[in-house]
Design a protein around this ligand. Structure first.
Ligand code: URA
Length: 188
């Protein structure tokens, strides 16, 4: 695999798991390859599957607002998911589906080489940080793994279900902004 484009072409014809049989489109991921800040969700929903783009439904709209609230836009970040095809009925992806797909994400991380990785929700955090990750207990904490600064925060759809979580999520986004500013400063 020589580039993110090659990887995208390979993922678009993937048939490694049964999700490939029900998908309309592969949702590979998109955004800036230069700014080195990466957000990782769980998997595409209905709207993402129809459009082939991540976070374009209701939770995506909220995600955009959260980015805006800390002065970021989609153009500055890269966004991808643990699984690239929609689990039918928007169920959580199974362990096996995640295992079969996660190498694609590992390659994306290699190509993008992010300084910051933000896991959106428990599914992403469990696959990236720790199998037993508890989002309510451990969100908002920075974990240093090699060159990566990794944090997990609530998935935007969790915030749509429970508005009481919004305050914590906004604090997490502020901390992400601060870390991003620190890194920009270091790289000057
Ligand atoms: N939820 C996710 O985790 N990812 C998307 O792309 C959309 C909704």
């Amino acid at each position: 695999m020589y580039s993110l484009k090659d990887l995208e072409a390979a993922v678009k014809s993937c048939t490694r798991c049964p999700l490939s049989e029900t998908r309309h489109n592969v949702v590979f991921g998109e955004g800036s390859e230069e700014n080195h800040i990466m957000f990782i969700g769980e998997g595409p929903g209905y709207n993402e599957d129809m459009k082939g783009r991540p976070f374009v439904g209701k939770s995506g709209q909220l995600f955009d607002k959260m980015l805006q609230s800390v002065g970021l836009t989609r153009k500055e970040i890269y966004i991808a998911n643990i699984v690239k095809c929609r689990p039918p009925g928007n169920r959580n992806p199974s362990e096996e589906e995640c295992e079969r797909c996660i190498n694609y994400l590992r390659w994306q991380v290699k190509f993008i080489c992010p300084d910051i990785i933000v896991c959106l929700g428990a599914v992403a955090a469990k696959h990236i940080l720790a199998k037993d990750f508890k989002i309510t207990r451990s969100r908002g904490i920075w974990y240093q793994r090699g060159k990566f600064n990794i944090m997990a925060t609530y998935h935007p759809s969790a915030l749509l279900r429970d508005v009481n979580k919004k305050k914590d999520a906004w604090e997490d986004f502020q901390a992400i902004r601060n870390m991003y500013d620190e890194i920009l400063q270091q790289n000057k």
